[in-house]
Design a protein around this ligand. Structure first.
Ligand code: FES
Length: 142
């Protein structure tokens, strides 16, 4: 995709999505889940690459690691998403499947936090979204 064809859209106030939660938005007729991981924002298509399930409706979980039978520990606290249909897990930061990271990936989107003051000046137009200079906003590239 060329740089010229990337479009940006304001989709939410940053303050709307609390740490550890997700908000579904629609961008260009596509559902996208925006996740807040401890103050960092990530976005994934709400479509599981396994069989098309509503991925972003799944539970946000930690990674379980094991050194052998009877030994396990939790890592990457609440940074994985478990699809509600068949339980496949995906890294919220990258969209990669934990089980098969080389061939299966949920589609990620770039999301940035922009101050309302800069959005109000442009060049991005948020035709359907009221912007105030006091707030920070989430902008999706698609
Ligand atoms: S559709 Fe998501 S794991 Fe099967």
């Amino acid at each position: 995709m060329s740089r010229e064809s990337v479009r940006r859209q304001v989709v939410a106030k940053a303050s709307e999505i609390a740490p550890g939660t997700v908000k579904l938005v629609t961008v260009a007729d596509r559902e996208i889940g925006i996740f807040n991981l401890g103050g960092e924002f990530f976005a994934l298509a709400n479509r599981c690459p396994h069989a098309g399930g509503p991925l972003c409706a799944g539970r946000i979980v930690s990674l379980v690691q094991s050194d052998g039978p009877g030994s396990y520990r939790l890592a990457r606290d609440k940074e994985f998403l478990r699809c509600p249909w068949h339980g496949w897990e995906f890294d919220i930061r990258t969209g990669q499947s934990w089980c098969d990271p080389h061939s299966v990936k949920a589609r990620p989107f770039a999301v940035t936090v922009e101050p309302g003051e800069s959005l109000a000046k442009g060049p991005y137009v948020a035709e359907t979204f009221p912007i105030t200079v006091e707030e920070d906003y989430l902008v999706i590239e698609h």
